[in-house]
Write a protein that binds this ligand. Structure first.
Ligand code: AMP
Ligand code: MG
Length: 521
């Protein structure tokens, strides 16, 4: 049997290829990608599939087949396909890093199904010309994190790349998790990721850095033709509209992150999708106690460049790098700058609107910004669980007949701290909130229902992913599947899964993999 996929490659057919076919590390010029075959894993086995994505790409029950396993582990190649690794550069932690590229991602093919184009990409399938000093592999731990989180994010309504399958390669991979000179062998794994495209800001940046205007123009035109075709034929005006829409989509993405408490951890420009999708799930984390200064990424511990509170501003900084890359096609800096200025104005409005929705506020009130700032400050007075707080807030009664603090008490990590000044601040805030709710037209039930569509009950808390990883390491995938299923309905009540609507347990507070993650994956 052959997997019946409707292959419609565009990226590797329309854009210039690196002429060298050997799989050797090199600097690539005048090209958007290099052909490269996945490494054959020694003993691949399927751990999990996303049935939705199996269907989305046009396969039915084929996931049970040996062929599915062979293709999506990199054991064999789809007939009539030409796998490749993309060439991109990027700004890492604020500095230009030069050529990076798909160092451990191999694009298998693009498929079309039900009018939707999907690129299929294996992560962890071996070396490519862009692997630099690394091995092109991925460990089970990080693969589970990407697999579970990308699907969970989709169900939360956050723009994201998706995941089709998770396989064990059967090979061992050496990693020094905390970069402290203690490397150990871990199980190797391969995730097949799926997205309309995996093009990043960095794909444009590398061509601009190489002053290769012809290839840069080809890549921009290709991106518009396939992913922004509603903007029209290539022209300076269309390029500007393209940049504007990338800015709007990226803003939309990051505002969703703020809404659900997702911290990406490595917002380098090579990790910014040109489609405004969350991409590259590495040392990401979920805010447990609300703290705008928090980042899960131990590599960023000193400067905390990519902490929760700065994510919307980092998107702007990244957009500035994209603007620089697109400049040769537009040649008028002021036009690009205007779009960046608009982002700056619009992102504050978008953030305010999003926060209002979390509070169930729909009417206009000039004091809402203050009310929200005061809430953010109060949330930081004592460790307070963001997810639980907002979910509980949905049950608040606008007539003030109920004690707000009692309602959200489950969100406090140390209830004993909610005394004196902290308690007084909270009481004042709840009074103001109750007063503000009087101005709303929706009744309590309607407001609660609406809040429950933006304040998730279930998110992939850092320790939950770690528990699934620990079990999977022992060959038990039941928790992985349980979380996969729970996270499909993050806004619904799932009484049988109430245990996942709970604060981070104390053992996970400072545990590696729970609150601290390195880039080692
Ligand atoms: P990241 O910050 O994880 O998005 O990765 C930055 C760059 O390092 C990208 O070019 C990746 O492809 C590359 N990279 C990360 N891990 C590996 C690995 N194990 N082998 C080869 N390249 C890698
Ligand atoms: Mg990356």
């Amino acid at each position: 049997m052959t997997l019946k996929l409707n292959l419609q490659d565009t990226f590797n057919k329309e854009l210039p290829a690196d002429p060298i076919l050997q799989n050797t590390r090199r600097q690539v010029r005048n090209a958007c990608f290099s052909y490269v075959a996945p490494k054959k894993p020694s003993n691949p086995s399927l751990i999990h599939v996303s049935p939705e994505m199996v269907e989305a790409i046009g396969l039915k029950e084929a996931s049970e087949s040996q062929e599915f396993r062979n293709i999506f582990s990199g054991s064999s190649i789809l007939p009539n396909s030409n796998p490749y690794a993309m060439c991109y550069g990027g700004h890492q932690f604020g500095n230009w890093a030069g050529q990076l590229g798909d160092g451990r991602a191999i694009n298998l093919a693009e498929v079309e199904h039900s009018g939707q184009q999907w690129a299929l990409q294996l992560k962890g399938a071996g070396e490519t010309p862009y692997s630099r000093t690394a091995d092109g592999l991925a460990v089970l731990r990080s693969s589970i994190r990407e697999y579970l989180c990308s699907e969970a994010m989709f169900h939360l309504g956050v723009p994201t790349t998706r995941a089709l399958s998770l396989m064990l390669s059967g090979d061992q991979v050496l990693r020094d998790v905390m970069y402290d000179g203690n490397p150990a062998h871990e199980k190797g794994a391969i995730v097949c990721r799926v997205a309309p495209s995996f093009i990043r800001f960095g794909n444009f940046e590398i061509l601009a850095a190489q002053e290769d205007k012809a290839t840069l123009t080809a890549l921009v035109d290709h991106t518009i033709k396939h992913h922004y075709s509603h903007l029209g034929k290539p022209s300076k005006g269309t390029y500007l509209k393209f940049f504007k829409e990338v800015a709007v989509r990226s803003m939309d993405m990051v505002i969703h992150w703020q809404r659900v408490g997702f911290v990406h951890g490595v917002m380098n420009t090579d990790n910014m999708s040109i489609l405004g999708l969350t991409i590259d799930y590495g040392p990401y984390g979920w805010l447990e106690d609300y703290d705008r200064g928090w980042t899960p990424n131990t590599t960023d511990r000193t400067n905390k460049r990519y902490r929760y509170g700065t994510q919307p501003q980092i998107v702007l900084w990244n957009l500035l790098q994209l603007a620089n890359a697109l400049f040769p096609l537009i040649e008028e800096a002021a036009l690009l700058q205007d779009i960046l200025k608009e982002y700056q104005q619009e992102v504050d409005i978008a953030y305010l609107e999003m926060m209002k929705s979390k509070l169930g506020l729909f009417e206009k009130d000039k004091n809402d910004k203050i009310l929200i700032t005061e809430l953010e400050n109060s949330l930081e007075l004592s460790e307070t669980d963001m997810t639980i707080f907002f979910r509980q807030l949905g049950n608040f009664k606008s007539d003030g007949s109920q004690d707000g603090l009692e309602l959200v008490s489950k969100a406090f990590y140390n209830e004993k701290e909610i005394v004196k000044e902290i308690e007084a601040k909270w009481k004042t805030w709840f009074l103001k909130y109750a007063e503000r709710l009087q101005k709303e037209l929706k009744n309590d039930t309607e407001r609660s229902e609406s809040m429950n569509t933006v304040n998730p009950k279930y998110v992939l808390r850092n320790y939950m992913a770690q528990l699934a990883i620990d079990a999977a390491d022992e060959g038990d995938y039941s928790l992985l599947d349980e979380l996969f299923q729970v996270l499909k309905k993050p806004y619904g009540e799932q009484p049988q899964h109430e245990k996942w609507f709970a604060k981070r347990p104390d053992w996970a507070r400072n545990k590696v993999g729970c609150s601290m993650l390195s880039c080692s994956s």
